[in-house]
Design a protein around this ligand. Structure first.
Ligand SMILES: N[C@@H](Cc1ccccc1)C(=O)O
Length: 488
């Protein structure tokens, strides 16, 4: 509308001498005229020249008096012909104008103060100030002396007004063709493409920054944990076999064959191949013996151990299966102390809910050395978890078939204001280590935790399913751009 008005006016007239007056005449907001003029000027449809004008405008206070009357007249008018006590008068006048109004009215000698009463000194007053303010509002000429007085009373201020004088430019046309940014399907269908003016490409414009990859929260926390283990001098165990035999997953860990965890309700057994063919026979024999009748100062479980049960293949239910293989391999060589860790996927046949999934990740650490004690385990757990930001730890006696003593690990969560269980730990039993062939003064302290639990705590996620598949919130991932932290 402003554009049509300007270009249309210049079709018949030489010049718009003052954009301000033009805006008033056509009833268009001056800011709009200014914006359109700038754009028309940039495309040389018009030539615009700056004009600056200074003019007096009313302050907020000035605008108030221009309608309600000056404070001195407000005070004068509040005084009845018979006079009034100062207290009464004060009650009748707006408190924001009373003081200035009263002193101004005294100065003008319109009112006088007797012993008890304030009374009018003149019969009639003109509101000169109000009149002057209205004149300034209407941009009428006002004498310099009056201007100075109003300025001193902060009722008016000088404002610089900026506008343009506008003439036709070299590319003037009564109507501007809008340059299209895209060639659309509509342009093609309607035939408008034929005389379409396309906006030129701006090769200097900054493009959208390209998005690099981002680490999934689980990968990010896995990386942090891996770094912690490496800083503490741990070696990573090979964890690539999700499929494992019951032997390494349970039997080698002195987990009896009737244990409920070995039920198909808790464990996924493989159909094909359903059994393993390759186990170290003499070690299997020692494991069978320790389950059935003990040895190494143990009484064993006293049941009939079945090879078929140990042969059954399954999806590993914990990464302690990896640890049992590693410790057995270690026992086959002259003894050297070791610190091992693993972080990988495990599987449990569990009902899925907001805190359980049928597959998740386990973090496992173990230290194998002569003469280790429970104190060593507690010490290393404090070191490990404090590197994750968990400094307040508590331990609770627990039971695992393969550790004695065993401890659940709790950490105080400042946000939840409570102790939350974060892992499980213990010292591997002699019934597990001695059949492997480890020297009898070698002790192994170990602990395990899920990767999902600390990730959920760190990212404030309360449903484990939000960490998997299409449910992962991209906003969450965008917190971890790969370029900054590096892919492992
Ligand atoms: N394997 C145990 C964790 C653990 C590892 C090592 C020692 C003690 C406990 C679990 O699945 O919960």
């Amino acid at each position: 509308m402003a554009e049509d008005a300007i270009l249309g006016f210049l079709e018949k007239n030489e010049e718009i001498p003052d954009s301000g007056k033009f805006a008033d005449e056509f009833g268009i907001d001056h800011d709009e005229i200014v914006n359109i003029t700038k754009s028309l000027h940039a495309y040389e449809l018009v030539l615009a020249q700056d004009i600056k004008k200074e003019r007096w405008v009313l302050t907020d206070e000035g605008r108030l008096y221009a309608t309600a009357g000056s404070p001195e007249v407000q005070v004068y008018s509040a005084i009845p012909p018979e006079g009034i006590s100062p207290d009464e008068l004060q009650k009748k006048v707006d408190p924001s104008v009373f003081k200035i109004g009263f002193s101004q009215a005294m100065k003008n000698k319109w009112v006088e103060r007797g012993k008890q009463l304030v009374s009018r000194k003149v019969e009639h007053v003109d509101d000169v100030v109000k009149g002057l303010l209205s004149d300034i509002q209407a941009e009428k000429m006002v004498e310099q002396g009056e201007i100075d007085a109003l300025k001193r009373r902060k009722l008016i201020i000088l404002q610089t007004w900026k506008g343009y004088s506008i003439r036709k430019g070299p590319s003037y046309a009564p109507k501007r063709k809008k340059a299209a940014t895209d060639l659309t399907r509509e342009h093609l269908q309607s035939g408008a493409w034929k005389d379409l003016e396309l906006k030129e490409y701006n090769f200097n414009a900054k493009g959208l920054p390209p998005e690099g990859g981002h680490l999934h929260p689980l990968l990010k926390v896995r990386k942090q944990l891996k770094d912690i283990f490496l800083q503490m001098g741990f070696e990573e165990m090979p964890t690539n076999n999700f499929a494992e035999s019951s032997f390494w997953n349970f039997d080698a860990l002195f987990q009896p064959q009737q244990h409920p965890a070995r039920d198909s309700h808790d464990t996924f057994f493989l159909k094909d191949p359903s059994t393993t063919k390759c186990l170290p026979e003499d070690y299997v024999e020692r494991v069978k013996c320790v389950h059935e009748s003990g040895g190494y100062e143990s009484r064993g479980y006293g049941y009939d151990w079945k090879r078929e049960e140990a042969n059954k293949n399954l999806l590993r239910t914990h990464t302690t299966a990896v640890s049992s293989r590693m410790l057995y391999a270690l026992a086959q060589k002259p003894f050297a102390p070791k610190k091992y860790f693993s972080i990988d996927r495990v599987f449990r046949n569990e009902a899925v809910d907001r805190t359980h999934l049928a597959e998740f990740h386990q973090i496992e650490g173990l230290i194998c050395d002569r003469g280790l004690t429970l104190g060593d385990l507690i010490g290393v757990l404090h070191d490990f978890f404090s590197r994750l930001g968990m400094t307040k730890l508590r331990f609770k006696p627990a039971y695992n078939p393969y550790t004695e003593p065993s401890m659940e690990i709790f950490s105080y969560h400042e946000g939840f204001k409570k102790w939350v269980e974060i892992g499980n730990s213990g010292m591997f039993r002699p019934e597990m280590l001695l059949p492997m062939g480890l020297p009898d003064d070698v002790r192994v302290v170990a602990w395990g935790l899920s990767l999902e639990r600390p990730t959920m705590i760190l990212y404030g996620i309360d449903n484990i399913r939000d960490l998997f598949g299409h449910k992962v919130d991209l906003g969450l991932m965008k917190k971890n751009p790969i370029c900054r932290i590096g892919l492992e």
